[in-house]
Design a protein around this ligand. Structure first.
Ligand code: ASP
Length: 308
């Protein structure tokens, strides 16, 4: 199919700042960053790029925005470090790439794409992924680049209270970024990138780099990127479950996505949400948390960004 309508949807995580702590300035900055990311992804495809180019461009923009927990702005582990996870998937070919536990990589989604494009593997871990990054001239940044006062204060608070991230009530403990898109040829793609959860154990890997859990794309059904408490999303194989409900059970996107987020995840207290786009370009952005940074763009003039 040629010249199908280009569409993109993004999220900046389901761990939004509580409404009572949100200021008009922060809220405006979040909307601006979401809009910039939508624009980056949309224009990559409008210029002839693929859905993979679109989701990579949108996720890079979100990784570069310090208010989201991915790339710059990533949360701290229990050892005071940043360990990032990312993945990307091409719905036309089912090719995919991912990295987990990487440090000092400016744009982990680009490294995930590099794994997809330049290796026979799907998932590379920490030192090995970083060695691969150096071989492929991926951009590194020093620790200072990844430091943000907000994330540092959240980590200090979590440590002082000796709370595990799971008890973290004030500042939600998760946050991730992701994008799903359909390009002019009707191909789908999805990408997800995260710093994980505040005060997470050194070495912990969430759902974001796991194809089928946090990310999945298949032209036959849907492209999906998840955000939320990763351990539950891994157990429920959320992203692939959406594909399965649509493919094997014949559910529509809206029905299947809402069923997963509200009927399957919510009862087991699995907080989070997902963004998804189907092969017809329908978009669905359900979440069971108080908010989810999110947005979509259907044309330069037709777009939406939301938080709560
Ligand atoms: N799912 C991510 C993780 O568990 C966090 C998030 O989405 O906010 O690492």
């Amino acid at each position: 199919m040629m010249n199908a309508p280009i569409r993109i949807a993004i999220h900046g995580g389901a761990g939004t700042m509580p409404k009572r702590l949100m200021t008009p300035e922060i809220e405006a900055a979040c909307h601006d960053s979401l809009q910039l990311a939508l624009q980056a992804g949309y224009s990559a495809m409008a210029k002839g790029g693929t859905a993979v180019d679109g989701v990579e461009a949108a996720v890079r923009a979100l990784e570069n925005a310090p208010m989201f927990n991915a790339g710059k702005g990533s949360v701290f582990t229990n050892k005071g470090q940043h360990e990032m996870d990312a993945s990307i998937m091409n719905g036309e070919t089912l090719d995919c790439g991912a990295v987990a536990g990487v440090s000092n990589i400016k744009n982990p989604v680009t490294l995930a794409r590099c794994v997809m494009d330049n290796s026979e593997h799907v998932l590379l871990l920490n030192d090995g992924a970083e060695e691969f990054a150096r071989l492929h001239n991926i951009v590194f940044e020093d620790d200072d680049y990844f430091f943000t006062q907000l994330r540092y204060d959240q980590w200090q608070k979590a440590m002082k209270k000796k709370i595990t991230v799971l008890d973290h009530v004030d500042d939600k403990k998760f946050g991730t970024v992701g994008a799903v898109a359909i390009d002019a040829k009707g191909n789908l793609a999805a990408a997800t990138s995260t710093g994980g959860m505040t005060n997470k154990l050194y070495g912990r890997v969430g759902d974001s780099p796991l194809i089928g859990s946090g990310t999945y794309a298949n032209n036959a059904s849907v492209a999906v990127s998840c955000t939320g408490h990763g351990e539950f999303f891994i157990r429920q194989v959320v992203a692939y479950d959406l594909h399965c409900l649509m493919t094997y059970k014949g559910m529509g996107l809206e029905e299947a996505a809402n069923h997963i987020v509200h009927d399957k995840l919510k009862p087991i207290e699995a907080e989070g949400g997902l963004i998804a786009i189907d092969a017809k370009g329908n978009i669905c952005l359900p979440f069971n948390t108080p908010g989810m940074y999110r947005g979509w763009m259907k044309s330069e003039a037709d777009y939406f960004t939301g938080i709560y």
